[in-house]
Write a protein that binds this ligand. Sequence first.
Ligand SMILES: [Zn+2]
Length: 343
Amino acid sequence: MTASGVVQTVLGPIAPEDLGPTLMHEHLLCDIRRPSQRTPEALGPELSLGNVWAIDYGTVKRAARNYLLDDRRVAEDEVALMIEVGGRSVVDLSCGGLSPDPPGLVEIARATGANVVMGCGHYVHDYQAEANATRDVEDFAEEMVEALEDGAWGTDVRAGIIGEIGCQAPWTVQERRVMMGAVLAQRQTGAAINVHPGRHPDQPQEVADFIRVKGGRMDRVIISHVDRTIFDADRLHRLADTGCVLEWDLFGQESSFYPLADIDMPNDALRLRAIRSVIERGHLAQVLISHDICYRSRLVRWGGHGYGHIFANVVPMMRRRGFSESEIDAILVDNPRRLLTLG
Ligand SMILES: [Zn+2]
């Protein structure tokens, strides 16, 4: 059984009040190289001042190494910097397909004092193990329940949230089976589900409708990556009307070039405008923000903004743009606390 009324961190359960300001979608240790790039020869150059901009932008220079966060010491330093500027807790959503490392997360939590909550389940189809092709819904559900109740990936370190459950556009049959498994696991454990939607503006709605029809608890379903997926108010408001939680989780990623899709990536100010529009419609309890750091070039160590960016830079911008203290607290403290409290 999962303990009800607590937040399950990698070091064990804590009282929800102890979470504090929380980043709901990050990766501390993660391998997001495409499976075909996962060879030592394909790593490319180490990042340095002379190449980091070009590698980050990604049109001329590529380095697979940029997509690999595999150094616990670096992660500890980066989390310590987040704590210095007011962050307290981090959710690591490196699930199946992204090289999850529960003992690594335990070490980072111990070394830094941050609360670290771990995800479970499986990322997008193209990253999943071949064995997933023949697994059924119940098998996926059972695996996620076990991760939440006993421990994940062969360890006794328990997950505290389901996800990020990956979807591509078009959505594959295998991904639907994983998502159905997530809905069943939510029913049994009360955990929130984080969804990584496909890169088509209608995909988040497709997933949300699926989860609603299958009996998921919409107030405990988080749709990630709204900022790279939905660019019009109609779609945004229709999605909010399902009751799901909307996550703008690419804060700090402000490059006009986005290698994964030809979109107009918003900057942080435009993200805040979109958030304002849903708050004005009464959806404050459905808003989350985070950075979704999964590249080296976004870490302070390699010239990036790091996990502290929201606390150091975005919160002051929110104040300048008229967000009240209670709205900021709702987004960074109250909503994460409600979503991470099991039951
Ligand atoms: Zn994602």
